[in-house]
Design a protein around this ligand. Structure first.
Ligand SMILES: [Fe+2]
Length: 388
C-alpha cells in the first residue's frame, strides 16, 4: 500500500517589529467588516489588547471583543463564544495572545461554520472538520506555541480531564499570522523560558519523529539552532529586540514543522498531564524535554548528533552515539540555565506517575516517538524527572 505523504502550510506569514499597526489592513484585506477579537484578561491588563483595538478604531473597523479566554480553553468557553459570534453577526476572527486565545479563535471558527459543539470536532478518521473557518488573523504575544501557523487547536474537556486536538487540516489554519516581536518585549523571564523551550520541543520532536519529512526537517533544524543561540539572550535581556525577533521567528517555524502530523513522547506527556493538573503547557513541556531526549537519542542517533551541532556543541571526532547523547545533555543544561521548574516544584505528586504514564501511552502522539516506548518507558522517564 502506498503511504501518500503530505505537507501543508496554508498560512500567510507577515512579520516585522511593529507589525501590529497593520492589523486592520490585514483584516480588511480578508473581506471582514466585523471581526471578533479573541483574547484574555492578562493581555487586557498588559495593555496589548488596547494596542490592537487602537489600530482597529483608527481604521474605523467595527469589532466585537471577547476577552475571557482562559489557559487551556474548555469546551463550554468555545461553544459560548461561537454563539456570541453568530448573534453579533461577526464575519471574521482575530486571535491575539499565546496558544490559548489563538487555539480558542480557531475552535470558535470551527463551531461558527459547522454548528454543534467543539466536542464534536476532536480529530478522527474521517476528519470531522469539513468547512473552512471564517477569515482568521492570529497575532502571537508569546514566542512558543506556533499556533499562529499550525493546523491544530488544543481544547480541554473538563469532564474527561483531557486536552484533545481538533484540526490536522488546513481548513482550521489561520489565514494570516501577523508576527510582531515587540509584543513579546514585556514577557516575564520565566514565561519567555517555558514558551521558548516549548517551541524548541516542537522543532526537536518534529525533526526526529516517525513522520519526519525533508521540508519540515530543514525548518525545524533552523529553529533549534536559532533558539539555542537567542533564547538565553531573550531570557536574560527581555528588551533585546533582535533576540525577541529571532525567538519569534523560530517559534513560528517550530509550529510550521508540525505540518499535518503530530509530535512525540514529550507532547504525549505534557498534553495529558496538562489536562489533569491545568498547568501551563510551556513549563510542563520544558520540564519533560530533556528527560525524554535522554531516553530517545538511541532511536534516532544520526539526527540527534546533527541536533547537537545545531545546539552549539562541538562533536568533532566523536562517535555518533556520544554526539547524539550530547544533544540531550545540551538541552538539560539549557533548561537548567533558564530556571525551568521541575515537576515536583509544579506540584505534580509522585504517586500519580503510573496514571500519568498510562495516559501518555494512550495519547496518539506516542506513535510518532522515535524510540519504541511502552507504559514502563513512560514511567521510567517520569521517575527520572523526580531524580530517580
Ligand atoms: Fe507544545
Amino acid at each position: 500500500m502506498i503511504n501518500l505523504r503530505s505537507f501543508e502550510v496554508p498560512t500567510v506569514v507577515k512579520h516585522a517589529p511593529g507589525a501590529i499597526t497593520f492589523l486592520a489592513d490585514e483584516v480588511k484585506a480578508l473581506g471582514c467588516k466585523r471581526p471578533m477579537l479573541v483574547t484574555d484578561q492578562g493581555l487586557v491588563k498588559a495593555g496589548l489588547v488596547e494596542q490592537a483595538t487602537d489600530v482597529l478604531k483608527a481604521a474605523n473597523l467595527d469589532y466585537v471583543l471577547f476577552d475571557s479566554v482562559v489557559a487551556n480553553p474548555p469546551i463550554k468557553l468555545v461553544d459560548d463564544a461561537a454563539k456570541t459570534f453568530k448573534q453579533e453577526g461577526c464575519d471574521g476572527l482575530i486571535g491575539l495572545g499565546g496558544g490559548s486565545p489563538m487555539d480558542a479563535a480557531k475552535a470558535i471558527g470551527v463551531v461558527a461554520v459547522h454548528g454543534g459543539s467543539i466536542l464534536d470536532f476532536e480529530w478522527a478518521d474521517p476528519q470531522p472538520i469539513v468547512k473552512r473557518i471564517p477569515p482568521l488573523v492570529c497575532v502571537p504575544t508569546t514566542a512558543g506555541t506556533g499556533s499562529e501557523v499550525t493546523l491544530w487547536a488544543v481544547i480541554t474537556d473538563p469532564a474527561r480531564k483531557i486536552k484533545y486536538n481538533a484540526g490536522g487540516t488546513g481548513l482550521i489554519a489561520p489565514h494570516v499570522a501577523l508576527i510582531d516581536p515587540l509584543l513579546t518585549l514585556g514577557l516575564p523571564a520565566h514565561i519567555t523560558a517555558g514558551t521558548g523551550i516549548d517551541a524548541m520541543t516542537h522543532a526537536i520532536e518534529c525533526y526526529t519523529c516517525a513522520y519526519a519529512q525533508p521540508w519540515p526537517d530543514a525548518v525545524a533544524l533552523w529553529a533549534i539552532e536559532t533558539l539555542a543561540k537567542w533564547l538565553p539572550i531573550a531570557y536574560a535581556q527581555g528588551q533585546n529586540e533582535e533576540a525577541r525577533y529571532n525567538v519569534s521567528m523560530a517559534a513560528m517555524l517550530g509550529g510550521m514543522s508540525y505540518g499535518t502530523e503530530s509530535a512525540g513522547a514529550v507532547h504525549a506527556m505534557s498534553q495529558t498531564a496538562g489536562g489533569v493538573y491545568d498547568l501551563p503547557h510551556g513549563e510542563l513541556t520544558a520540564a519533560l524535554l530533556a528527560p525524554v531526549m535522554e531516553f530517545n537519542y538511541l532511536g534516532e542517533p544520526v539526527k540527534y548528533a546533527r541536533m547537537a551541532q545545531a545546539l552549539g556543541e562541538d562533536t568533532w571526532g566523536m562517535g555518533v552515539f556520544d554526539a547524539a547523547q550530547l544533544a540531550a545533555i545540551a538541552v538539560t543544561r539549557l533548561t537548567e540555565t533558564l530556571g525551568i521548574p521541575t515537576l515536583r516544584e509544579m506540584g505534580i505528586p509522585e504517586k500519580d506517575i503510573p496514571m500519568l504514564a498510562q495516559l501518555a501511552f494512550d495519547d496518539p502522539q506516542t506513535v510518532g516517538n522515535p524510540r519504541d516506548i511502552d507504559v514502563a518507558g513512560y514511567e521510567k522517564i517520569y521517575r527520572s524527572c523526580f531524580g530517580k
